[in-house]
Design a protein around this ligand. Structure first.
Ligand code: FAD
Length: 361
């Protein structure tokens, strides 16, 4: 593991150095430093972290060659004065350093409803089905899944064999930030065929920035499955909130947001429900300024809204995802139906309005 991390760091340092002396084969533009005398990380901190723009996607942590950037309450590089090499990689990949908010349904080839016949998931388990099918097709040899521990803290699993999905906590939605992108740094070193990444819209934007800036991610990330997303939460905030609502984490088996309600389901069938509006008090500032509900930059986006209960809504955006859907159809691995895009309008509009209100304040 150390060796793999070391090699990944070496690669980022080499690319940063080549960029500085103009030797690289691809065009590298390091954004201007607004604070000219300061390190790049200090610029990232001043422009994104301290201004509450940070989405917690951790793309910066994925490329930091000295592994100095970490996820704590927010995102930080505690000893940057001593360790930051000022390579500029963090500002090059941060989707919010030069922020171009995205919105709407995005472009797509097909918008469908699907329900896997092989897997159980949050809705129709189409996320799991897409990744496993891509693995069976040989498009990828691993998928990065967001699992959880018994207290619902997120953990990343490198799934290389569908049998690993016997761990039932790998499917389903965790309303907590996850360290998908720092794990991607490890995955690119080990993969032979390619990697499937699953993530919220901010993670998807991070992957695209990585692919734009570092060829290794273009080469190795072969499928990006985005999740529809209204908001996500810091682990400490949401777990404290849920405990105060009477949620017993030892019994909690599912969390869901549907029709304006947060629903926590326990193993004995008990449900704790409350209006999702109540979560506004712990809404992270980076989610407040996000307008991308459907993960428009993904290869395929999957969500709950837009199809009937038990199905996932799938926006098939790129040819690679289309091929996986064709494979699933050919094998008869899922039931398909129609999705209703108009059902997404409210949440797309809600995110736009929320961001406009923040700008006004
Ligand atoms: C924070 C969050 C907010 C969401 N908000 C909405 C919404 O407002 N409206 C809507 O229609 N859909 C929303 N979704 C998507 C929805 O909850 C389902 O994930 C989606 O419908 C896919 O269901 P599935 O059964 O196909 O997925 P499954 O086959 O169950 O797979 C889901 C996969 O999502 C990944 N995942 C789980 N939690 C996280 C996380 N925190 N970060 C990154 N990846 C994760 C896991 O790898 C898991 O394997 C949200 C998802 C998340 C994570």
């Amino acid at each position: 593991m150390f060796d793999a991390n070391f090699k990944a760091c070496e690669e980022v340092i080499k690319m940063a150095a080549e960029a500085r002396v103009g030797k690289s084969e691809w065009e590298v533009k390091v954004p201007e430093k607004p604070l000219k005398e300061k390190l790049y990380f200090e610029n990232l901190k001043a422009k994104v972290i301290d201004t509450n723009l940070c989405s917690h996607c951790l793309t910066c942590a994925c490329v930091c060659p000295v592994d100095g950037i970490i996820a704590v309450d927010g995102v930080d590089f505690p000893d940057y004065e001593d360790r930051c090499t000022d390579c500029g990689a963090c500002v090059r990949v941060c989707p919010r350093f030069v922020y171009e908010p995205r919105s709407g349904l995005g472009s797509y080839i097909d918008f469908i409803a699907g329900r896997s016949k092989r897997f159980a998931g949050q809705d129709g388990a189409m996320v799991t089905e897409l990744i496993v099918s891509a693995m069976e097709m040989g498009m990828i040899d691993r998928g990065l899944f967001v699992g959880r521990d018994e207290k619902w803290a997120t953990e990343i699993f490198h799934v290389r064999d569908p049998e690993q999905l016997a761990i039932s906590t790998l499917g389903g939605t965790k309303y907590t930030f996850a360290t998908v992108l720092p794990e991607l740094k490890k995955a690119v070193r080990f993969t032979k065929r390619g990697i499937g990444v699953i993530g919220t819209p901010c993670i998807v934007s991070g992957v695209r920035k990585l692919q734009q800036e570092f060829p290794i991610f273009r080469e190795k990330v072969k499928l990006v499955v985005g999740l529809f997303c209204t908001e996500n939460f810091h682990y400490d905030d949401i777990s404290k909130f849920l405990q105060e609502k009477g949620v017993d984490f030892d019994k909690l088996i599912k969390t869901d947001i549907t029709k304006g309600k947060f629903i926590a389901t326990m193993s004995d069938g008990e449900k704790v429900k409350f209006k999702v509006k109540e979560l506004e008090e712990i809404l992270p500032s980076g989610c407040n300024v996000c307008t991308d509900f459907t993960a428009v930059e993904s290869d395929a986006s999957v969500g709950s809204v837009g199809s009937e209960k038990g199905f996932s809504t799938v926006a098939v955006r790129e040819e690679n995802a289309k091929k996986v859907i064709e494979y699933i159809k050919e094998k008869g691995y899922a039931d398909f139906g129609e999705a209703d895009t108009s059902q997404l309008d409210f949440l797309i509009g809600h995110k736009k309005k929320r961001e406009e209100n923040i700008k006004k304040d």
